[in-house]
Design a binder for this molecule. Structure first.
Ligand SMILES: Nc1ncnc2c1ncn2[C@@H]1O[C@H](COP(=O)(O)OP(=O)(O)O)[C@@H](O)[C@H]1O
Ligand SMILES: [Mg+2]
Length: 321
């Protein structure tokens, strides 16, 4: 293969529509100079460059072997989307802390220790934790009903709505070793899911989480006219700000709109659903087109002699000075 050809790989799991459409679209745009294919691994040796200029990662959250493969690839210069180091470090509680710091509206949230002790720990391992927790404060601060969900999770797994402290304690019994967050419930008039690619391409999708799964993207919204224009402008700006600070090039941000204010609910989705059967044709076409455009841009911007990873403002600012 000519060394001038740029190679884009996609790493994926069970999904079966987005990856193939993405590959086809890159190959159309790339005209033989930039090619896309599924990543294929038959060995992983330290410090070996397997030759991808760009890799779109859709699955390493579930497969730690892949995460490690991607870190090595990044070290060799591959532009891995999303940054596997940051993704390993990130979780939803920290996301909320950072969001609040940079002026994004988020629900009031507290972190809870896991119900069961992690493997090979005992009471002694928890001497820095005061039992019981200050539940009175937590109740007053968060209020009920509230949402309880894992600090690192997705796909609505172990997401609960609880209506009292007693209910919280009862529900916690089901959560085993998961570290949970307790969060103010946002009673919303409208809800949006927003794709954000390359921290610049934004696609806002009305979403109705109360509908059955296959109808969630067929949502209407109450906000109209000038209010809607203003709201969408703020959602766009907040989405870009969040992704820029976190350092994600491929993410979705969810907002619940309460009294006209978009409140960011879930914005740690670095391998967001992009299946045509759930997001619908229009949203699918958008994500395929923009993911292909972004990957081609990153392939063109690739420089052999430098790291081609994206880091968030948070890390970049923290490492200056
Ligand atoms: N604080 C909240 N207020 C209102 N609804 C919420 C809140 N948190 C979660 N939800 C509802 O639960 C759904 C799943 O929660 P989410 O935080 O998006 O977790 P996941 O990462 O598993 O998708 C959301 O789409 C929303 O409908
Ligand atoms: Mg979600």
């Amino acid at each position: 293969m000519s060394s001038k050809i740029k190679r884009i790989g996609i790493l994926f799991g069970q999904e079966d529509t987005f990856p193939w459409a993405f590959i086809d679209r890159v190959n159309e745009i790339g005209k033989g100079k930039i090619v896309a294919e599924p990543v294929l691994i038959d060995k992983v040796q330290q410090n070996v460059d397997y030759g991808y200029h760009v890799i779109i990662d859709r699955i390493s959250q579930d497969i730690p072997f892949y995460r490690s493969y991607l870190k090595n690839a990044a070290l060799q210069g591959t532009c891995v989307i999303n940054n596997p180091f940051w993704w390993s470090a990130d979780e939803k509680f920290f996301n909320n802390c950072l969001a609040e710091k940079i002026g994004i509206a988020v629900p009031k949230t507290v972190l809870l220790p896991s119900q069961e002790m992690p493997e090979d720990t005992s009471d002694q391992s928890f001497r820095n934790l005061k039992y019981p927790l200050d539940w009175e404060y937590i109740e007053n601060h968060i209020g009920f009903p509230a949402y309880m969900k894992p600090y690192a999770g997705g796909g609505w797994k172990s997401v609960y709505r609880v209506d009292s402290l007693e209910d919280t304690w009862e529900t916690l019994k089901e959560t085993g070793r998961l570290v949970m967050m307790l969060q103010e419930e946002i009673q919303f008039e409208d809800y949006y899911r927003v794709y954000c690619l390359g921290q610049k391409y934004v696609h806002i999708m009305p979403y109705e989480p109360r509908n059955p799964h296959h109808l969630r993207y067929q949502a209407s919204h109450q906000t109209e006219g000038k209010q809607l224009t203003k709201l969408l402008k703020r959602i766009t700006a907040d989405t870009i700000k969040l992704c820029t600070h976190l350092g994600y090039d491929f993410n979705t941000v969810e907002f619940a709109v309460r009294d006209g204010v978009p409140i960011a609910i879930d914005f740690c989705n670095p391998a967001p659903d992009a299946d045509i059967n759930s997001v619908g044709e229009e949203n699918f076409n958008w994500i395929v087109e923009h993911a292909a455009t972004l990957a081609v841009e990153k392939a063109k911007a690739y420089r052999k002699t430098k790291s081609n990873l994206t880091w968030g403002e948070f890390v970049r600012k923290s490492t200056q000075s």
